[in-house]
Each structure stands twice: as C-alpha cells, then as structure tokens.
Design a protein around this ligand. Structure first.
Ligand code: SF4
Ligand code: SF4
Ligand code: SF4
Length: 283
C-alpha cells in the first residue's frame, strides 16, 4: 500500500476526475486558465538540502539512465533527455554568502510556448496542468526548444525525439500519487496539490521566511504551474530569465507555414520552367 504522504487526497481527486477519463485528459483541451481544477508543484529552495533524491526518483519512475557521479551533491547537472530534473548549487551574485540548491525542471507553463510552436501538435497542455510530449508524434524538429522561455525540452539523440518532465501525469491519472520527485523529497522542499493552494502556500512562506524573496512562476512567461520560492531574483541566481509574456505562440507555426508555402511556390516555378524548356506539357 502506498504511504499516505505520497498521495493527494483520494476523495478530492476522485471528485475531480468524475466525468473525465485518462483518455479524455489526453485529448484536446480548453485554455488552461479556464480549468477549475489545475494542479501545481511548488519547490522551496529555502528548504532544499541538495540531496538529489528528487533526481533519482524521477529517473527511477521514468526509466531514465543514470550518468556517472551526477547524483553526487554539488556536482553540476544539466537538463538532458535523461535528466528531466536537476539540482544545482547557486550563489546570489549580489551576496555570495547566500547560497541555495535549485531544483529545476519544466515549468509547465499556463500557455506553453513549446506547444504553440510544435508543427505536429506533439505537445499538449492537459486539463489538470501537465504539459506533455507525445513521443510518437514528435518529429524532432526542436522548435519547442527554440520557443521555450526556460530552454527546457531536450533532444534524445538515440530516440530522435524531444523529452522533458511530464509532472508525472501518469502517476496521478493511474494511482492519484504525487509526482515521484515530490514523494521522494525528505526535506519538505517540494509540494504538490491544487494550484490555488500552492499559490497560497508560496505566498505564506514568502511572508514568513526571511530568506524567501521571490516566487518564480507567478508572472514569468505568463504564469506557470510549477512555482519556485527563490532567495533572490532569478537573474541574480544565474537562472534563465523568462519574459513576463510568452511570445506569440503561433509565430513559429506561421513561419513554418510560410516556409512551406515558399518551398511549394519555388517547386511549382521550377516545374513550370522545366516544362517550358523541354516542351513537356503532358498532364
Ligand atoms: S517550460 Fe518550456 S517546455 Fe515546459 S511547458 Fe513551458 S514552454 Fe513548455
Ligand atoms: S514531476 Fe515527475 S517527471 Fe517531473 S521532475 Fe518530478 S519526478 Fe520527474
Ligand atoms: S529531494 Fe528535496 S531536498 Fe533533496 S535535492 Fe530534491 S528538492 Fe532538494
């Protein structure tokens, strides 16, 4: 039997899931802001002890490869196709004595630029907040990486697809369990629950904890379903600074469509020239 601490409230969860199924959750969705029961993850860097258990739990659950020494505390790690969450030691550039461990993964944006840029709709924002990549649809074009304000999606050179944190949507849909990283954290640095509760909790800690200075995800990139309590501004901690608004999500698609249109026109032009020069006008 699962430990109670690993699960969200079962009754509440079943209530939310009534009338919907795992299949329906994977289908087309309404705009994220219109979803009344969105989940969120909260990372509190003032509590993180850098043990990296979140990293190993993520790898275990998602069957990702462990690379040499990467789970040793203080070893610098980078997001990759096999690393969907990383933990790194960061100093505040404004005050070098202030240092914290940063748990970092996909921010599960409310309006994910990655999903907007994907030309084959391989990325979906699910109704409860998760942003997931359908690896069967992915063509490996990397438009998602280019458009992501946090530079999260990573290309898997073996599988030729893009991969990233799924917020463990498969755990919650099947087992109503918390994400693997949250369940594994021994320091209470990670929480998971209804988004509005996570916002309240984050604001409470910002007010109560002296070293807490900023909640990442309330405004960045138009708001994200992962929130992080930081001890300084993101730029002072060397984190990627996302603009407050996401760029036009359809911009890249327009570019792709325009590129496709131009290629088609060029091809038609060449065919016309060939026919004219060879006198081959057969239909
Ligand atoms: S952080 Fe990047 S990959 Fe994650 S949902 Fe936002 S745009 Fe997509
Ligand atoms: S939510 Fe799941 S997939 Fe995402 S970092 Fe945590 S364990 Fe990994
Ligand atoms: S498991 Fe918790 S305390 Fe340990 S590194 Fe991850 S977030 Fe920090």
């Amino acid at each position: 039997m699962k430990k109670a601490a690993e699960k969200i409230d079962r009754r509440k969860f079943l209530k939310i899931m009534a009338g919907t199924s795992a299949y329906a959750a994977l289908g087309p969705v309404r705009p994220a802001g219109a979803q009344p029961y969105r989940f969120g993850k909260l990372a509190d860097t003032t509590r993180c002890i850098g043990c990296k258990r979140c990293m190993s739990a993520c790898k275990r659950w998602n069957k990702l490869k462990v690379e040499r020494d990467e789970l040793v505390s203080d070893r610098e790690t980078h997001l990759s196709a096999q690393n969907w969450v990383v933990v790194n030691f960061r100093a505040d550039t404004m005050n070098r004595t202030r240092r914290t461990y940063q748990h970092w993964a996909c921010q599960h944006c409310i309006q994910p630029a990655c999903a907007g840029a994907c030309p084959v709709k391989a990325i979906t924002k699910l109704p409860h907040g998760y942003v997931v990549v359908n690896e069967k649809k992915c063509i490996g074009c990397r438009y998602c990486y280019q458009s992501c304000p946090f530079k999260v999606p990573q290309f898997d050179f073996e599988k030729r697809v893009t991969r990233k944190c799924t917020l463990c949507f498969d755990r919650i849909l099947i087992n109503y369990s918390k994400p693997a990283c949250v369940a594994a954290c021994p320091a209470g640095a990670l929480s998971f629950g209804y988004k509005h509760e996570m916002i309240l909790e984050a604001k409470k800690r910002l007010y109560k904890v002296k070293s807490a200075k900023h909640i990442l995800g309330l405004k960045e990139a138009g708001g994200t379903d992962m929130l992080t309590i930081l001890t300084a501004k993101p730029e002072d901690l060397g984190l990627v600074v996302a603009p407050p608004k996401v760029v036009n999500q359809n911009l890249d698609k327009l570019r792709i469509t325009a590129a496709g249109f131009m290629s088609a026109s060029a091809l038609a032009g060449m065919m016309y020239l060939y026919r004219t020069l060879t006198g081959n006008n057969s239909r």
